[in-house]
Design a binder for this molecule. Structure first.
Ligand SMILES: NC(=O)c1ccc[n+]([C@@H]2O[C@H](COP(=O)([O-])OP(=O)(O)OC[C@H]3O[C@@H](n4cnc5c(N)ncnc54)[C@H](O)[C@@H]3O)[C@@H](O)[C@H]2O)c1
Length: 248
């Protein structure tokens, strides 16, 4: 079975993807700085198909990728507020760090590289429907660095190096590492903790949404496609668009 290396494997999407990739029979290498703790993946420690590398993506070297068939690049400072805290750091991880991972992957002869991009590259949508051809308008440090990384890695794709980027909608659902800064999860927690959901500004804004397990499924699906179908392509990954007021 193929071997998959997942950066950001200790995160919200990553911990779910690790579990689902192992269940599909992949050998999984989980690479992360583990900001949120290594114990989240502890239950897989005894699995011979699972290993971890504790490392910053900016320090990845070709020998970390020995025997790897697919690299899934999830590691990032993953939301707008943390992206604004230190714009240089955000660029260094979310843009240059990911380009470095793609560069090293290509150098190491890996045939597949999949980037977790974001629907935030479209800006704040005024309409409910956006396609991959819709104009982009990244408005925050997080969105700009994501978009810069996406453009750079897509351009690296060629006959031997298949590159795809998934523009994920706002994710929701349970994971080993929970994120309660994401709208559905925030509302759910508030409803349980205080019995109230607060909607600011009328709640007319649209949000594309997707369940965390569907994101993992999409990644594994794209990894299994023939290269010529997915190379140098971006894919919107979302299951529905909702106005915040309807969501509440
Ligand atoms: N969750 C969402 O709603 C959503 C939506 C769109 C796109 N995305 C993208 O999906 C990816 C994963 O998001 P998530 O929700 O799982 O975020 P997360 O914050 O839960 O996980 C990110 C992981 O990356 C690791 N990391 C951060 N910087 C690192 C570095 N320099 N080196 C090594 N590891 C590092 C962290 O330790 C963490 O485990 C991100 O690229 C994010 O931008 C997420």
């Amino acid at each position: 079975m193929a071997r998959i290396l997942i950066t950001g494997a200790g995160g919200y999407i990553g911990t779910t993807l690790v579990e689902m990739a192992l269940a599909k029979g992949y050998d999984v290498i989980a690479l992360d700085r583990f900001f949120f703790g290594e114990d989240l993946l502890e239950e897989f420690a005894a699995n011979p198909q699972f290993s971890t590398i504790k490392k910053d993506i900016r320090d990845i070297r070709a020998d970390d990728l020995t025997g790897v068939d697919v690299v899934v690049d999830l590691a990032a400072l993953s939301n707008d507020p943390s992206g604004e805290l230190d714009p240089d750091l955000t660029t260094s991880i979310n843009h240059r760090g990911r380009v470095h991972v793609a560069d090293i992957s290509r150098e190491a002869g890996i045939s597949r590289y999949i980037l977790a991009s974001s629907c935030s590259v479209y800006g704040f949508g005024e309409t409910s429907e956006l396609t991959e051809e819709s104009p982009t308008n990244p408005l925050t440090e997080y969105a700009r660095s994501t978009f810069d990384a996406e453009r750079a890695v897509i351009a690296m794709g060629d006959k031997t190096f298949c590159v795809s980027a998934l523009r994920n909608a706002t994710v929701y659902g349970l994971s080993k590492r929970m994120r309660f800064d994401l709208v559905v999860n925030t509302m759910t927690r508030n409803a349980i903790d205080s019995g109230e959901i607060t909607v600011a500004g009328g709640g007319h804004q649209w949000r594309p949404l997707v369940h965390v397990r569907d994101v993992a499924r999409a990644i594994l699906n794209i990894a299994a496609q023939p290269a010529e179908k997915v190379n140098q392509q971006v894919f919107n990954i979302g299951s529905e668009n909702q106005q915040i007021r309807c969501l509440a």
